[in-house]
Design a protein around this ligand. Structure first.
Ligand code: NAP
Length: 512
């Protein structure tokens, strides 16, 4: 079976061990192997820092933006291949693959456009200078300069394409070389994209490297001026945070982790169609394997039964199964491991909540055999959300959500906050005053607040879609990280320093 080679130190290197096999989660067919045994990570990072770093930094921001645009073109040319790999390795229907593949190309294109407007130069001024002495004889000016280390990108299994490029685009635009370590289960698509970009010869040698599997020294070989951008579970983030390079040496660490996101219906709402539609979309896109998916639904007590009924009716119409089957709307989870984890999560919720839609009995699977990793949607409900911590703390990473009634709007905000920090909350209603107030109240514990009334119903970008224009990340349980958000994303790949000097030095610096 084909073993995917790692690209480090300017050459493709096969791992020396047996490797890990990647499978088709629907058919069970073995696909490819990955192995990072024997890869010298210290040499890999050194090559990226010393070869690619200076070469990337010789370009202006606008020139690097031009490179991103070319990368996007290369990926566009191989779309069909990426869709095919995703079908085999992630078990996704075409629309769900598009979220990953088209999302990655769109994000690259967006940063190419943003970067093309950046003023050339190596020094970015942050605000104005501030006087530190009488008559401004001595002053302070904050500047931001690109990091000269390497950025290690550790990604989750659910977005092998977008997960790579949403991080790599701002890093490369900043002039920072990247080493990507995709999640093992779905590493093939990431590998194929990186291979195509390297073969196209657009980026300076060493700008992008890839290791598939778990190489020794992945973190040990970093130094204190390198960066790690991590996406995955809170548990893994907690482990990585204790690594001496991060805990002791100060490697900058960004984490995007679990999130128990919510949707909230206006207490005075006369209809719930917009919320119902979005909940069903979020439950089913990528089989609910989205860090941003709606997990908790808060509705006024009087609307609880009607909203639950509306969601259940729509879930009845969702066909689940083999994504090769044209009639299937929702494909598979990415692996048997995920199926086991999600099934256990469903069993746990079923013990404590009412099962309002039971995909286990109400959905007929459009798939052969029993060895597939398909799981049908589940809607749970609890009328006592105050006393069921589980629903606020447990992220079942599949097509699973729980609906809960709230007494009044303060109660709703309190319940939303019990997620202890989430990526996104969405709010549905028509009262502008309420919507604006809810946005401010939810912003304290959510990285993004998606506010929907009928005026934006047709143009809105979706509760779960992380748009490059908007912040992606959340406080607390969501990892405390920050990605995207336009040029804000570049801050992670730059160092902030205060320069204290004579006004003529600061003026010269500003002129650079
Ligand atoms: P995971 O098990 O934490 O793995 C994430 C990544 O970390 C993988 O590349 C994994 O490699 C790697 N990893 C695990 N242990 C490691 C270690 N000791 N040293 C170095 N690397 C290590 O998470 P996952 O199962 O892939 O993803 C699902 C989770 O990610 C969900 O909880 C979801 O909420 C979260 N997620 C969050 C976001 C977000 O933006 N906030 C986005 C997507 C997913 P291997 O694959 O080789 O184990």
């Amino acid at each position: 079976m084909k073993k995917l080679a790692n690209y480090v130190q300017g050459r493709w290197q096969e791992g020396t061990g047996e490797g890990t096999t990647l499978y088709d989660p629907v058919l069970g067919t073995p696909l490819v192997k990955v192995c990072a045994k024997g890869v010298d990570m210290a040499a890999a990072y050194d090559h990226a820092r010393t070869q690619a770093g200076p070469a990337l930094r010789r370009y202006t921001y606008a020139e690097r933006a031009g490179l991103l645009a070319q990368v996007a073109q290369v990926l566009q040319a191989s779309r069909d291949n990426y869709y095919d790999i995703s079908l085999q390795n992630s078990g996704t229907v075409k629309n769900d693959t598009a979220v990953d593949v088209e999302g990655s190309i769109y994000t690259l294109g967006y940063y190419a456009k943003l970067g093309s407007r950046l003023v050339d130069g190596q020094v970015h001024l942050d605000g104005d200078s501030t006087s530190l002495a009488k008559d401004n004889a001595f002053a302070s000016q904050h500047i931001e300069v690109p990091v000269r280390g390497v950025a290690l990108l550790i990604n989750a299994f659910n977005f092998p394409a977008w997960g790579l490029w949403e991080k790599a685009a701002p890093a490369l635009l900043s002039g920072v070389p990247v080493v990507v370590k995709p999640a093992t289960a779905t590493a093939w698509l990431t590998h194929e994209m990186v291979k195509d970009v390297i073969e196209a010869g657009i980026l300076p040698e060493g700008s992008i490297s890839i290791v598939c599997g778990r190489p020794e020294g992945l973190l040990d070989a970093l130094n204190g001026l390198d960066l790690v951008s991590f996406t995955g579970s809170a548990e893994t983030a907690a482990t990585l945070r204790q690594h001496p390079r991060i805990q002791h040496d100060g490697v900058r660490f960004n984490a995007e982790t679990d999130s128990v996101n919510c949707a909230l219906l206006d207490p005075e709402a006369t209809g719930s169609d917009l919320l119902v539609r979005e909940v069903v979309r979020e439950l089913t896109i990528k089989s609910g394997q989205k860090c941003t998916a709606i997990r908790r639904i808060f509705v006024p007590e009087a609307s609880y039964d009607a909203v639950a009924k509306g969601i259940c009716e729509k879930l009845q119409g969702i066909t689940v199964g083999d994504p090769r089957n044209e009639s299937v709307r929702m494909g598979s989870l990415v692996s048997q491991t995920q199926k086991k984890a999600v099934t256990e999560g469903i069993e746990l919720l079923a013990k404590h909540c009412d099962v309002l839609f039971d995909g286990r009995t109400q959905t007929s699977m459009q798939v052969d055999g029993n060895d597939h990793a398909c799981v049908a949607p589940m809607l749970f409900g609890t009328r006592d959300p105050d006393n069921l911590a589980l629903v606020h703390e447990t992220e079942v990473f599949g097509p699973v959500a729980t609906i809960m009634p709230y007494r009044d709007i303060e109660h709703a905000y309190e319940l939303a906050r019990r997620g202890m920090g989430s990526l996104v909350a969405s709010v549905y209603g028509e009262d502008t005053d309420f919507l604006a107030q809810a946005a401010v109240r939810l912003a304290e514990s959510h990285g993004r607040v998606h506010v929907i009334n009928s005026a934006v119903a047709k143009v809105q970008t979706g509760h779960g879609n992380a748009m490059p224009q908007s912040n992606h990340g959340g406080p607390g349980r969501a990892g405390g990280g920050q990605e995207l958000g336009g040029l804000r994303a570049l801050a992670f790949y730059h160092r902030l320093a205060a320069v204290q000097a004579a006004p003529e030095v600061l003026a010269r610096l500003a002129a650079q």
